[in-house]
Design a protein around this ligand. Structure first.
Ligand SMILES: [Mn+2]
Length: 423
């Protein structure tokens, strides 16, 4: 759990990045219609949540910076007995005041009037332009007399880059549940018939262990389906001599986990599967061993390309010189994605990869990033020895960057061939 004082600290840190005489308005996520009168489960916008920890729909956070000091106001939904009967309890203004350490709390019906008032003597306005929300557009119009409009998302993103110990604890909790789900998948795959049946087993563990949901739509891809990178149909049969690529992680109290394991349906790897898998596992471990503060993510990616290319040459999948193959994008055909991404409140965390001057940000202690090399060989690729065709493998772990090294937060999730086979 994130304590109230941590949210206050974050707001102070954000305020240091803001212009004097500015107003920042963050709005909550909107409930999304599924069809007719049904809605998707509600989940708060991550930037808004990061700044105040309020989980309800139809709310807003306002931060005023005059000279140095800040004032913070939270707007919450009014209590409404009838609506609460249908959609659930609301905290309400009175109760919110006992929890949130802000300067004042108002109800949402006062929002337009109050914000218009607060806009009057300010010079700059910060909004989250990544939201694509008509409420953000409306605020932009309302503040059109202000001199400058800035996107707050990059600044909140900078704060979100490095995780506090409370945040790391939540990611670890998410990973402990995800571990149980992947281990169950390893032990049950053989007895199941379809990808979605396996998906259900995985997500059953997520729910049972108290995770809100998956952190992203699970990928359960058997055989050649693994060569579709964002395969989420998950409706195919599980075939006995094939591999299953499972990219699935739960979200626990708003924090993500992101894990990929590739396992044999039968419980035993075939020879070609073993050769390719061992090569990728070697690369994954090599890259993880390079992770520490100061290292560039782009260098990790280049190294993963080099090692995967060497591996593919040694298996007879590619022929030629490593540098030339990479330059001519011959490797890209089999390794089309990056080595990894930031992870936190979002599975692909929105922290920036470059600073405002466009320079790459090196790894910093406290960042959490994924390391996920993969090789994907389409069934119909005649240039590759037949025994490797139709195999797609990715191995992904979640890594905490520390000052002198790193910590593999998902190191307990089996990935050695003998461990997988043992389940
Ligand atoms: Mn990932």
């Amino acid at each position: 759990m994130i304590k109230e004082e941590e949210y206050a600290k974050r707001r102070t840190a954000l305020a240091k990045k803001l212009k004097k005489h500015s107003i920042t308005v963050l709005v909550s996520a909107k409930a999304q219609q599924r069809s007719n009168d049904t809605e998707y489960p509600y989940r708060q916008n991550s930037n808004f949540y990061y700044m105040c920890g309020f989980k309800e729909d139809n709310s807003a956070l306002v931060i005023i910076k005059k000279e140095k000091k800040i004032k913070t106001y939270l707007f919450v939904q009014k209590k409404d007995e009838l609506l609460e009967l249908w959609t659930g309890k609301r905290l309400g203004q009175k109760e919110a005041k006992t929890i949130f350490d802000v300067d004042d709390i108002f109800t949402m019906d006062k929002f337009d009037k109050k914000v218009a008032e607060l806009f009057k003597d300010k010079l700059s306005l910060y909004l989250d332009f990544t939201m694509q929300d008509e409420r953000v557009d409306k605020l932009k119009k309302l503040g059109s007399h202000l001199l400058c409009h800035y996107n707050i998302s990059h600044k909140v993103g900078e704060l979100r880059l490095c995780k506090s110990s409370a945040e790391i604890a939540l990611i670890k909790k998410a990973l402990s549940i995800t571990k149980e789900a992947h281990h169950l998948a390893m032990s049950k795959a053989k007895s199941l018939h379809s990808e979605d049946e396996l998906q259900a087993e995985i997500e059953y563990v997520f729910k049972k262990q108290g995770a809100y949901s998956d952190a992203y739509t699970s990928i359960v891809a058997c055989g050649n389906n693994a060569n579709t990178l964002h395969y989420i149909k998950n409706d195919d049969k599980l075939e006995n001599n094939k591999l299953i690529l499972i990219d699935a992680g739960c979200e626990y109290d708003y924090y993500a986990s992101d894990i990929t394991r590739t396992i044999p349906v039968s419980g035993k790897f075939t020879e070609p599967q073993k050769e390719l898998y061992s090569m990728i596992l070697f690369v994954e471990k090599e890259i993880i061993s390079m992770v520490k503060a100061g290292v560039m993510r782009s260098d990790l990616h280049s190294k993963s390309e080099e090692l995967l290319c060497e591996g593919l040459i040694s298996l007879g999948i590619l022929k030629g010189n490593v540098k030339k193959l990479i330059k001519k994008k011959k490797l890209k055909k089999y390794y089309p994605h990056g080595i990894g991404h930031w992870m936190g409140l979002d599975v692909h965390d929105t922290g920036p990869y470059k600073n405002t001057k466009g320079k790459e940000i090196p790894l910093l202690a406290g960042m959490v990033m994924t390391v996920e090399p993969g090789i994907y060989i389409p069934q119909d690729d005649k240039s590759v020895p037949k025994r490797f065709r139709g195999i797609g493998i990715r191995i992904e772990d979640d890594i905490l960057v520390t000052k002198d090294a790193c910590q593999n937060l998902s190191g307990e999730i089996f990935k050695e061939i003998k461990d997988i086979e043992s389940l």
